[in-house]
Design a protein around this ligand. Structure first.
Ligand SMILES: Cc1cc2nc3c(=O)[nH]c(=O)nc-3n(C[C@H](O)[C@H](O)[C@H](O)COP(=O)(O)OP(=O)(O)OC[C@H]3O[C@@H](n4cnc5c(N)ncnc54)[C@H](O)[C@@H]3O)c2cc1C
Length: 608
């Protein structure tokens, strides 16, 4: 505990003022520290982690018995004092001579900065946990929402309304990712299909907003002096097939889509056969096909484009794993603005922070959380980061992250089960196969979604196709199972027969590659979860996108950020902004409160 407190007291402003006066010669060294890549941090943050700080020495320092009066100036604080104080630098920003000796005493080298200091000065206005597409998109849109009211205004707004930061700087956004290389690798393996054919009006609005963004990507994610982002968007409609049992919901979805001004068509019988002669439609009753606003794109390029733009905006990337949150009980919260001495005794506050409405009645919120601990490589203890708002963009790990990070208490069984009901995210394995099929001479091949869960996408014009299996019955343990290896039995017994049944030309095929991926499925209603956690108000969830995340999350992030962090969003002038006027989309529909109140959001096309 003492260690954590000591580290927490490291004063951020001094670090940043130090960095302004850098001299490249003094600060550069070979390898970068725990950030996505070297060029994302200023050169003065580069150092060899092994030489940065002798972990043993630091632990020794911290473990020394201290007098209470010494406490403020010992351990990491002392290192900070000796190393970082302005007085250790001359007018040109160079380290003064005697500083070298002092640094050596602590096992530090000139130009080296301890990892815990690098972690964005141990404070983030917005801490995004998870650096996948969701985290990158959300960080980008939050920054934009704040910036669109002007730096100074957003700063003042933050000072008064949100953060406790005493300056007028733009919000400090940090993206925390435990496996940055893996993110890039995995993003390559997703087909990046975007579609607007949904049953729920909000889902249609969200997909349309994402499409608008993708169309204007060159402007939205432009970076001065760099090539415009190019995600190779290929316009291509999705053909959703349905059996007799699907007829009612397909009609309903069609009318909703029409209401939302999407260009969709329904086909049946001969018309369907004529339109897609290579398709076996014997057991198909109805098909829905979109004529615009759908297609597929290069997912890796999209992720890279977001990252480049984020870096240009000053959003910081940190390599580290969230280990625990640090909740504070209201009785022990000495930072509370409204503190009063109550009848319970000195320094005790009888009042809870707020109340939460549940089906059982109102529940007091007695805890708040504005700090977490992060595991970073080569550092002996978890680093504390304080935050104003944290966002869980942790995909299929969201449930385990929430549960294992100290936010689900065991003290009250009712509360525990209620907390658990708020995280119905489960990991599902998806098998993907790249096929070569020379006998399918179709240029205008739609993205095909079979009622049995086969999804087929043309990869190029040379006969390559990606086949995915998204079964309707996700409870099947084979699908649910944790084995990340390709399920070849599934391919031979389920996927291949279904594929050949639907598209007979696939009798002649060659499997070129196969891989697995996981998706974060919200088992409550199969829709995304976007919004503040009903109990932990400073933590928001941005997950549960299932197999549709790429297509939906841009719109979701844009509207969420605007609504939450732009003070003018509700004003009339903003509503007349053409970008937001056209989409009928209420991000509130995705609020986690619906999980608590057991009020599912209806969507029929959940598996596809
Ligand atoms: C095979 C497949 C095909 C898909 N096809 C499409 C498609 O065609 N169209 C479409 O729209 N969507 C598609 N998707 C869905 C889409 O890819 C996902 O919805 C999206 O990638 C989810 O992104 P995410 O950032 O939420 O999650 P992830 O990409 O899983 O990222 C979560 C990140 O959080 C990090 N993390 C976890 N725990 C911690 C921690 N404790 N500390 C720090 N970091 C942590 C992880 O390392 C991970 O990088 C597909 C998905 C799959 C698997």
């Amino acid at each position: 505990m003492i260690r954590a407190n000591i580290l927490r007291r490291i004063r951020p402003q001094k670090v940043s003022s130090r960095l302004k006066s850098d001299k490249p010669d003094e600060y550069s060294s070979e390898s970068g520290i725990k950030t996505f890549s070297d060029d994302r941090v200023s050169s003065n943050l580069k150092a060899n982690p092994d030489e940065v700080l002798s972990a043993d020495k630091l632990v020794d320092e911290l473990d020394k018995p201290m007098k209470a009066s010494d406490l403020e100036k010992r351990g990491a604080d002392e290192i900070y004092e000796k190393f970082m104080e302005m007085k250790d630098y001359d007018g040109d920003g160079r380290l003064q001579r005697n500083t070298y000796a002092r640094l050596q005493a602590f096992g530090l080298q000139a130009g080296s900065i301890a990892p815990h200091i690098i972690m964005d000065e141990n404070h983030a206005d917005f801490l995004i946990i998870g650096g996948g597409l969701a985290g990158n998109v959300l960080a980008n849109r939050i920054y934009n929402a704040c910036q669109s009211v002007g730096i100074t205004m957003s700063g003042r707004y933050f000072e008064e309304q949100f953060s406790t930061r005493p300056d007028l700087e733009p919000p400090k956004i940090v993206i925390l990712e435990k496996d940055p290389d893996g993110v890039i690798e995995r993003s390559h393996l997703k087909p990046g299909i975007s579609r607007v054919q949904w049953t729920n009006e909000n889902n249609i609005g969200m997909a349309k907003a994402s499409m608008r963004f993708l169309r204007e990507l060159e402007v939205e994610l432009a970076v001065l002096g760099e090539q415009p982002p190019e995600i190779n968007f290929t316009p291509q409609g999705t053909l959703l097939l349905g059996t007799k049992a699907d007829q009612a919901h397909m009609l309903e979805s069609y009318y909703t889509q029409e209401k939302c001004e999407t260009e969709c068509r329904l086909y049946r019988g001969k018309a369907l056969k004529r339109m897609f002669p290579w398709l076996n439609t014997d057991d198909i009753d109805m098909a829905s096909y979109s004529l615009e606003e759908e297609g597929f794109f290069d997912t890796r390029e999209l992720l890279e484009a977001f990252k480049r733009n984020n870096i240009s905006k000053g959003i910081k990337y940190v390599k580290g794993e969230l280990s625990t949150f640090n909740p504070i009980h209201c009785d022990e919260d000495f930072d509370r603005k409204d503190r009063t001495v109550s009848s319970i005794g000195n320094n005790k506050f009888a009042k809870s922070y707020a109340t939460m409405t549940t089906p059982q009645g109102k529940v007091p919120i007695n805890y708040r959380v504005n700090e977490c601990h992060v595991k970073v490589d080569d550092f002996p203890i978890d680093v504390p980061i304080s935050f104003f708002r944290a966002f869980l963009c942790t995909g299929s790990s969201t449930a385990s992250v929430l549960e294992d990070s100290g936010l689900v208490f065991d003290e009250d069984p009712e509360m525990t089960s209620m907390q658990r009901s708020l995280i119905p995210i489960q990991k599902r394995i998806r098998n993907n196969f790249l096929l070569f099929c020379p006998d399918l001479p179709v240029l205008d091949m739609p993205i095909l979604v079979d009622p049995d869960g086969i999804v087929l996408k043309r990869e190029d014009f040379d006969g390559h196709y990606v086949v995915m299996y998204h079964p309707r019955n996700d409870e099947n343990p084979e699908i649910k199972g944790g084995d990340p290896d390709v399920d070849w039995q599934l391919w031979h017994e389920v996927v291949k027969p279904k594929l050949i049944h639907r598209v007979p030309a696939f009798k002649n095929h060659e499997v070129k590659a196969a891989w697995c991926n996981t998706v974060d499925v919200n088992t409550f209603d199969h829709n995304p979860i976007v919004g503040a956690h009903p109990y932990w108000r400073s933590i928001s969830l941005f997950c549960g996108f299932g197999g549709h995340g790429l297509a939906q999350m841009i719109g979701a992030a844009d509207f969420f950020a605007m609504k939450e962090y732009n003070p003018f969003y509700d004003q009339q002038s903003f509503k007349n902004d053409w970008r937001y006027k056209t989409a009928k989309f209420d991000v509130q529909a995705y609020n986690p409160m619906r999980l608590l109140l057991r009020y599912p959001l209806r969507e029929q096309y959940t598996w596809s």
